[in-house]
Ligand binder design. Sequence first.
Ligand SMILES: [Zn+2]
Length: 202
Amino acid sequence: MISNNIKEIESLIKLISKLPGLGSKSAKRIVLKLINNREELIKPLTNTLAQVYKNVIRCTNCGNLKSINTQCICLSKSYDQICVVENIADMWVVESTGIYKGHYHILGGTLPSFDGKNNKNGLLIDSLINRVKKNSVKEVIIATSASVEGETTSHYIADSLKDTKIKITRLAKGVPVGGEIEFLDDGTLFSAFKNRAPISKD
Ligand SMILES: [Zn+2]
């Protein structure tokens, strides 16, 4: 061993390698960049991470991120459309297309394709049903992925709302099978949204 064995650096490299899209090589480059910019990067990053850890949580009602001290937007006013997505990345992608301006509901995943109804493992499905009924929502747009699990989840939601008069739509079939919303290009997503079709409630 020629260089000093610094355990702080090693654990930082290990942590950064866990981030999406980064292997140990890029993690090392990032760590070097940080080390060489202690005041401009390490200090503010340390503070910001601590703030995010302390103050940002997921709303247990709609699944969105919120600041711990403020009321979530889902409680603030009435609305007549809810777009249901699997995760926050999906919501950001839909937002970036600009086609939809209404409220979101972030499930936190999908039901398993098998025995889905008895296995809601932490998904915000009951709170979705409550939100829809309480806010006199007119349309629920289901934007789960075009996978078996996404379909299972979509049908379960439609089924749970079948005794209501609410319109339930699903993104158009333009979404490739297995397609996760997060990875669709803007054009595909835009047309899937525009051509969304009602789900039959049977
Ligand atoms: Zn909320």
